[in-house]
Design a protein around this ligand. Structure first.
Ligand SMILES: *Cc1c(COP(=O)(O)O)cnc(C)c1O
Length: 375
């Protein structure tokens, strides 16, 4: 008999989600208004602190798109973007017909390399166009080098869009991810640490940006009794049912962070004496990762595909790391700054099952495959 599938990062319901969905039905607020939306936003504002204004949206991708709109990114503008990421980070640049400029990662956090960033900025300025925004990512939940990147952002006066889609619960020097950007983004897609089914938030630093975000997310209706529109808007607001799921999920966030970090300890124990496998971990105590996904790098020409297929034969899902944007057919021909560290990581890396509902039995099955392969 085939063993039950172990997924990479499946949804994990907390218990109260159905209660909040029921509230939405009971009050007949099932669309883009309602108490779940208000409560979800308020709770996130409290959780994030640091003067955060939260706008709940239909996806993280929508939030990144709106963030760039709010920063007045237009056709032909340069937008700097971490290359090592999921495609949703970069696509909104093309939605706006702007020009992505990709930047490599550094080896400690796998996120944006400050030196390559500065090189990219200087190049753009030489071309006569200062970049309109820098999109940072906290990949797999690991915070980027916040101090270094923010210093560059300040020096050149280029705003940061912080894509912390994967990093709810992560912190840098004790401050939550999602509070570092001029505008920040978190995703609640089904595979993320908590989910709304589909959804995301845009986090801004003042009330006027929030109200403009809300305006653009709800079709940009002018303040008239009739339907009058002076600029282009979107249908990007979250609904009260999804927000109900989010409310229930948020109550279990601390638990889920603990569980993900326990998964990391488990893998650490597994591979600590291996010559072939290195587990990606925080470089020092400034970086607190939610370890959304645990990732390994295989050494000595050990094949990631061989290991992936061993797992797959045992009905265990693993995945390659994100394929960098500068290596994607979609982004062929766009500029890239750096030494292709992210390409090297992609060649050698694998994501391992990291769900918060990973059982001891699942861990034992994963151990068995790893043991056989490593030693
Ligand atoms: C998931 C994710 C997104 C997109 O979020 P959605 O809610 O799925 O649209 C963007 N960036 C990164 C890095 C992600 O992992």
């Amino acid at each position: 008999m085939k063993k039950e599938k172990i997924w990479l990062s499946p949804p994990h319901m907390g218990g109260n989600e159905l209660k909040y969905i029921q509230n939405a039905f009971d009050t007949n607020w099932i669309s883009q208004y309602g108490a779940n939306i208000d409560e979800f936003e308020n709770s996130l504002e409290t959780y994030l602190g640091n003067n955060s204004y939260v706008t709940a949206l239909s996806s993280g991708t929508a939030a990144i798109h709106l963030a760039l709109r709010l920063l007045n990114v237009e056709e032909g503008d340069f937008v700097i973007c971490q290359s090592f990421t999921f495609v949703a980070t970069a696509n909104p640049i093309l939605y706006l017909k702007a020009i992505p400029v990709f930047v490599d990662s550094e080896s400690q956090t796998w996120n944006m390399c400050p030196d390559a960033l500065e090189e990219a900025i200087k190049y753009c300025i030489q071309q006569g166009k200062k970049p309109k925004a820098i999109i940072t990512v906290s990949l797999y939940g690991m915070p980027f080098k916040v101090d270094e990147i923010l210093r560059i952002s300040k020096e050149y006066e280029i705003p940061i869009v912080e894509d912390s889609a994967e990093a709810l619960g992560s912190k840098y020097k004790g401050q939550p991810c999602g509070t570092f950007g001029d505008i920040s983004v978190i995703s609640f897609n089904g595979n993320k640490i908590i989910t709304t089914g589909g959804g995301g938030i845009l986090i801004s630093r003042n009330a006027s940006v929030k109200s403009r975000a809300l305006f653009l997310a709800t079709q940009a209706k002018d303040k008239e009794e009739f339907y009058s529109h002076s600029e282009i808007g979107y249908n990007y607001r979250i609904d009260n049912i999804a927000a109900g799921i989010g409310r229930g999920q948020l109550e279990t966030l601390e638990e889920k962070i603990t569980q993900r970090r326990k998964n990391h300890d488990f893998y650490q124990g597994m591979v600590k004496n291996s010559d072939h496998i290195e587990l990606f971990s925080a470089p020092n105590s400034d970086f607190f990762s939610n370890y959304w996904l645990n990732t390994i790098v295989l050494k000595n020409n050990y094949s990631k595909e061989k290991l992936r297929s061993k797992f797959s034969q045992n009905n265990i899902e693993t995945r390659y790391l994100w394929k960098p944007m500068h290596l994607q057919p979609l982004y062929k021909g766009y500029l890239f700054f750096g030494n292709n560290l992210c390409g090297t990581l992609f060649e050698a890396g694998l994501c391992l099952p990291s769900g918060t509902n990973l059982t001891d039995e699942s861990r034992a099955r994963i151990s068995e495959v790893l043991e056989n392969e490593i030693h």
